[in-house]
Design a protein around this ligand. Structure first.
Ligand SMILES: NC(=O)c1ccc[n+]([C@@H]2O[C@H](COP(=O)([O-])OP(=O)(O)OC[C@H]3O[C@@H](n4cnc5c(N)ncnc54)[C@H](O)[C@@H]3O)[C@@H](O)[C@H]2O)c1
Length: 262
C-alpha cells in the first residue's frame, strides 16, 4: 500500500459523481474506509457499490454541505462506522455562468453558499473531531484554477474558489500546532457534469456556439494539450490524504495540465 491509506476513515462530499466519485474510488482502492456523501444517499449508491465490488469499504450518506446539522451527521457516520475520522475532502461544488453585470444577489448567494460556506462548515466540523481525537488529520478542499485566476463570465464562481484557497490558508495557520494538514486541489478543465452546465451557460449567453465548444476552447489553454479527466486528480488526492504530505500545509495545488502558472 504505497500511500499508507489502509484503514483510514475518510469522508468525501460531492462523491456521487465526477471528481469526487473518482477520488473516492481511488482512495477505496488503497484500502481507505469511506463515507461517500452527496445531496442524497441514493445518488451515492453506484459509487459505493463499485468501491465494494473492488474489495473496498464504503457507505453512502445524504448531506447538503450548506446544512451544519447534516454535515455533523455525515461526519458522525464515519466516526460511528469506522471509529474515528482521519481525513475529509470538501469537494462538493456548483458552477453558474453569468456575465459580470448580470450576477444577482441570488446568484452570488447560491454559489457562495455551496462553494464557500459549505467548505467552511465541512472544515469546522471535521477539525472539531480531529481536535477531540487529540489532533492530527487531513483537510483537503477542492478549489480550482478559478481560485487562482479570475474568469469572465464566472466571477462569482471564481470568488467562491478564491474563498476556498483563503479558508485553506487560514485553517492551516490556525491548526498547524495540532498537526492538522489543510491543503486544496485546483483542477483545470475537467470533463464532468459541471462542465456540461458551464457549456450550456456559455451557449445560453451567446458566448460559444455548439456543444462542448467552450470546454474544448478553454481546455486548449493547457500546455499538456488535452482536457483533464477526473482520474487526473486521484494521484494528488491520495498524496494529500497520506502521511507523505505530513509536512505540507496551506497549499492549493494546481493540477490543470499547465493552464495557470503561479
Ligand atoms: N469540472 C471542472 O472542470 C472543475 C474544475 C475545477 C474545480 N472543480 C470543482 O471540483 C468539484 C467537483 O466538481 P465536478 O466537476 O466533479 O462536478 P459535478 O457537478 O460532476 O459534481 C459535483 C457534486 O457535488 C454535489 N453537490 C452540489 N451541491 C451540493 C450540496 N449543496 N451538498 C452536497 N453535495 C452537493 C452534486 O450533487 C454533485 O454530485 C467542485 O467543487 C468543482 O467546483 C471542477
Amino acid at each position: 500500500m504505497p500511500y499508507q491509506l489502509d484503514g483510514k476513515s475518510i469522508v468525501i462530499t460531492g462523491g456521487a459523481r465526477g471528481i469526487g466519485a473518482e477520488i473516492a474510488k481511488g482512495l477505496g482502492a488503497e484500502g481507505a474506509r469511506l463515507v461517500v456523501a452527496d445531496l442524497t444517499a441514493d445518488s451515492t449508491k453506484a459509487v459505493v457499490e463499485e468501491i465494494r465490488a473492488a474489495g473496498g469499504t464504503a457507505i453512502g450518506v445524504g448531506a447538503d454541505v450548506r446544512d451544519r446539522a447534516q454535515v455533523q451527521a455525515m461526519i458522525q457516520a464515519a466516526v460511528k462506522e469506522y471509529g474515528r475520522l482521519d481525513a475529509i475532502f470538501n469537494n462538493a461544488g456548483i458552477a453558474q455562468v453569468q456575465p459580470f453585470l448580470k450576477i444577482t444577489e441570488d446568484d452570488w448567494h447560491n454559489v457562495m453558499d455551496v462553494n464557500g460556506l459549505g467548505v467552511l462548515i465541512g472544515m469546522q466540523e471535521a477539525i472539531k473531531v480531529f481536535l477531540a481525537q487529540g489532533g492530527g488529520g487531513k483537510v483537503i478542499n477542492t478549489a480550482s484554477i478559478a481560485g487562482k485566476q479570475g474568469y469572465d463570465p464566472l466571477a462569482h464562481y471564481c470568488a467562491s474558489k478564491w474563498a476556498v484557497v483563503a479558508l485553506t490558508q487560514a485553517a492551516a495557520r490556525a491548526f498547524g500546532k495540532d498537526k492538522i494538514n489543510v491543503n486544496a486541489i485546483c483542477p483545470g478543465v475537467v470533463g464532468t457534469e459541471m462542465w456540461k452546465v458551464i457549456d450550456r451557460g456559455f451557449q445560453a449567453h451567446g458566448l460559444s456556439e455548439g456543444e462542448d465548444t467552450s470546454f474544448h476552447d478553454m481546455a486548449a489553454q493547457a500546455v499538456l494539450g488535452r482536457p483533464s479527466t477526473a482520474t487526473d486528480l486521484v494521484g494528488v488526492a491520495k498524496f494529500l490524504a497520506s502521511p507523505d504530505s505530513d509536512f505540507m500545509t496551506g497549499q492549493s495545488l494546481l493540477v490543470d495540465g499547465g493552464m495557470v502558472f503561479v
